[in-house]
Design a protein around this ligand. Sequence first.
Ligand SMILES: Cc1ncc(COP(=O)(O)O)c(C=O)c1O
Length: 445
Amino acid sequence: MSTINLVTEIPGPKSQALNERRAAAIAQGNAKLTTVAIERADGAAVHDVDGNTLLDFAGGIGMQLIGHNQPAVVDAVKDQAEKLIHMCSIVSTYEPLVELAELMNSLAPISGPVKTTLSNSGAEAVEAAIKLARAHTGRDGIIVFEGAYHGRTNLTMGMTSKYALFKKTFGPFSPEIYRLPFPNLYRKPAEMSEEGYVEWSCQQLDNAMISQIDPAFVAAIVIEPVQGEGGFLPTPPRFLEKIRQLCTDHGIVMIADEIQCGSGRTGKLFACEHYGVEPDLITVGKAMGAGMPIAGVIGKAHIVDAAHPGGLGGTYSGSPLACVAAIEALKMISDPAFLARATEVGNKIRAGLEALQAKYPGRIGDVRGLGSMLAMEIIKDQETNAPDMDSTGAINAATLTRGLITIRAGLYSNCVRFLPPLNLTDAQIDEGMAILTEACAEVLG
Ligand SMILES: Cc1ncc(COP(=O)(O)O)c(C=O)c1O
């Protein structure tokens, strides 16, 4: 039985009316990627205001990893709402706050004593991580990479790549941020081997410690083990190891930004576990809240404790409602059976994407990712590998009119990314892939 059930065109009249109200009432800067207005959701199915049911392969940009409106989360939030909606962790202590931090500490792949600080959004978590790295080291410098996305606050915008979409007209940005090349294997110089290219990228890191900043002034190197917005690029293992080594050698804090790639998406609870590399701090967010606004930094206790009392947190950070949601989500995600399913879903979707790539080799340049964090890169032709943003948007639009929500990613906005809720069934994967196949035939065929 199919999940998708369309009773109007997409978008239907009620969605269109809401879109018009949204456009009149809400800043255009808060852009939207699709034209459907959603009323309710469960698992991987979303129901719009016109009575259509669609399949969601975007999962709230990865947040609905355990599925929309997961009953255990809904119950926990309802229950907590009846007891205590808000107290403010600056004013007082409550059990869910402590329980969540204890759980996060127990799950983190970091040796020795571990502590956590909670915030409302991923960007705030990244900011907190930078505060901790600076307070711990007494240094200012931050190293980030091309293609990185770390958020939309002023500091995290400065750390983010992709100027036109995220940064234009918003400067000046925070000083002491140094951006280095990221080894994107798909776009390596043709004459270099993959190994040679990664080695060259490592040398660029060493070189930057002379040409750009002395390592004695670097507080943190921040890296997404799998780049998210940048186009689902797994960091080559040697490069991540090199960063670890540099950080160890020079007393620099290694921060793994796992806000998109963490929380089980890749088949391990933390993406850095695939590499056997231990960061000093890990930023987490999105899927850990199962839809509630919560994020955090987990890390070595002496670094997390580097900020003075009062230097971290805010009115809502560690909200009781968000904490109980995150406790349920993390318990579910950390179950080995759940993580195994993440890998299984990834393998199944990857096989579908690779079949499509074989059909359109000149238009689908790359299929990549880790576990169930997958993307396909759309190009104009194989000779130039020129990014094709328009066809990517057309594929997203073509899946949507057929009832499948997909969104884009990538430095060149030319990747279709897949972040489905992981409690979707095999039948739902097949249904989604069949629609994607039709959409590719329409746009690339
Ligand atoms: C790797 C990464 N870091 C930070 C952020 C910012 O998170 P938020 O949107 O919750 O502020 C994101 C969001 O997409 C992200 O993918």
